[in-house]
Design a protein around this ligand. Structure first.
Ligand code: SAH
Ligand code: SF4
Ligand code: F3S
Length: 465
């Protein structure tokens, strides 16, 4: 273990975007701990601020520039008091626009992409050396290469004491990057090619999390079900097989994974849903559109009917499977009929929840060159109609749970004194009357009602094994 430096410095990380960024932010904190950096929740105290950015939609980079403007003021205040603050930009905007950020915002000391996080300590050392230079000579440290080496081989394991503080559920990135190249999406450019972590590395990290008290792990990947990590014999193992291996870890009670691509929902993974109680009956399986014309233009490489076939197979394996999805409205060329097909697929599937977005042109993607852009009012109207349908499905799904008894992982004190809160297998928030002694285990809870985005329950019995 690397020795901690005596005088502790404070680190503040602001995280935008998906769960993989949440995971990455924690790993950056882990990588900086040996440098003497401790996380703080108070940005005004921070010696180093990192923005972990997202590039997926809209004016994401503009958000970063306005945040940097605010940080510049904060930095001046710190300097006036004799202190200082270093600033780094990480994540997908950094990967896509590293040079531009350094040029437009000289306040930034470091700009680096998601594949360079293991090099953070050395970047920091270089950036610190720069600070003593004359401002005219100062240059931001930029690292947006896709390195040969695997960052996971070089990043320290999650720190146990931090994991304990984080609680009962944890993310674990098993796969990164994307080779699918959907025509609207920046991820293949910001995260690079699909890479899977070796099985032994995943198991070791999962064991460490469980030893630190984690009961539920969510495996992460931009295409998590394309996972194909090698085992000790050099054989590629899929996500289905990996789930059986993780199910053997004693003390691990729940397993989830996100985000999946319909094309990679293979038989082994579907069988794992049939066989493994640990694998939760909730699946996020984005389809984006219900129109074959639009799916083709999006380069999703499957039809609406093929998606429905996958859904049927999953429901056969696990009849109580709750489904979630992502939808884009207003992709270039989307007609009223195409949009009606999307509403139809939503009606056919019956989602427990769904995320929907207006199409947003991303520079550098094939979609950016398409004509027939859809007017903003049309996008708004379609989004509103789609969300209305999905909301009614979510409400119906919550209502269908009333009267059932569900195992709930009690995670935290509730909003009111005397209440606790947790999650159902279907990822619904559940609130119930109960003592905080219940926190940390799965309890049988009878669902007696619903509120806007959650279920109300009543404790049925003492803890189940
Ligand atoms: N890998 C996942 C999605 C990652 S991005 C998958 O293949 O499903 C998360 C979601 O953001 C996507 O599912 C899509 O619905 C949305 N999204 C991505 N790019 C977008 C864009 N340019 N405009 C609007 N929504 C977008
Ligand atoms: Fe983006 Fe498509 Fe890859 Fe998902 S599968 S990350 S939407 S390119
Ligand atoms: Fe955003 Fe990058 Fe995740 S673009 S959604 S932070 S992979």
């Amino acid at each position: 273990m690397t020795e901690m430096r005596a005088n502790t410095k404070k680190l503040f990380i602001k995280t935008y975007g998906c769960q993989m960024n949440v995971y990455d932010s924690d790993r950056m904190a882990d990588a900086l701990a040996p440098q003497g950096y401790e996380p703080t929740g108070d940005i005004a105290q921070a010696d180093l601020v990192l923005l972990n950015t997202c590039h997926i939609r809209e004016k994401a980079s503009e958000k970063v520039f306005s945040e940097l403007g605010r940080l510049k003021e904060l930095q001046s205040e710190r300097r006036a008091l004799g202190g200082d603050m270093m600033i780094g930009v990480a994540g997908c905007v950094a990967q896509a626009e590293g040079e531009e950020i350094a040029r437009r915002a000289p306040v930034v000391d470091m700009v680096f992409g998601p594949q360079a996080y293991h090099r953070l300590p050395s970047m920091l050392a270089r950036a610190e050396a720069q600070r003593h230079m004359h401002p005219s000579l100062k240059q931001a440290v930029i690292d947006t290469d896709f390195p040969e080496e695997d960052k996971f081989d070089h990043l320290p394991a999650p720190r146990k004491e931090v994991t304990i503080k984080r609680g009962l559920t944890a993310f674990l990135t098993v796969q990164e990057g994307c080779d699918k190249f959907c025509s609207f999406c920046v991820v293949p450019y910001t995260r690079g090619a699909e890479v899977s972590r070796p099985v032994s590395q995943v198991i070791a990290e999962a064991r460490g999390l469980v030893e630190a008290g984690v009961k539920e792990i969510t495996l992460l990947g931009q295409n998590v079900n394309a996972y194909h990590g090698v085992d000790g014999a050099g054989r590629a193992v899929g996500l289905g097989e990996l789930s059986y291996l993780l199910a053997e870890i004693s003390g691990l009670e729940r397993l989830r994974y996100t985000t999946s691509h319909p094309r990679d929902m293979d038989d082994a993974l579907i069988a794992a849903h049939r066989d493994l109680d640990i694998l939760m009956p909730y699946l996020h399986l984005p389809v984006q559109s219900g129109s074959d014309t639009i799916l083709k233009a999006m380069n999703r490489r499957h039809t609406a009917a093929e998606y429905m076939k996958v859904i049927e197979a999953i429901k056969t394996a696990r009849p109580d499977m709750a489904l979630s999805g992502d939808f884009i409205v207003g992709f270039p060329g989307e007609t009223d009929k195409d949009f009606e097909d999307t509403l139809k697929i939503i009606a056919d599937v019956g989602y427990a929840s769904a995320y929907s977005f207006k199409y947003s042109t991303r520079p550098g993607t094939p979609g950016a060159n398409l004509t027939h852009q859809i007017a903003e009012e049309v996008k708004n109207e379609r989004l509103w109609r789609l969300q209305d349908l999905v909301n009614s499905q979510t409400t119906a799904f919550h209502a269908s749970c009333v009267g059932k008894t569900l195992p709930v992982l009690i995670e935290r004190p509730g909003r009111m004194p005397g209440q606790v809160g947790g999650r159902s297998p279907y990822l619904q928030a559940v609130h119930l009357e109960g003592s905080t002694d219940l926190i940390g285990a799965i309890h049988q809870v009878e669902i007696i009602g619903t509120s806007t985005n959650s279920l109300v329950g009543r404790l049925r019995q003492a803890q189940v094994a």
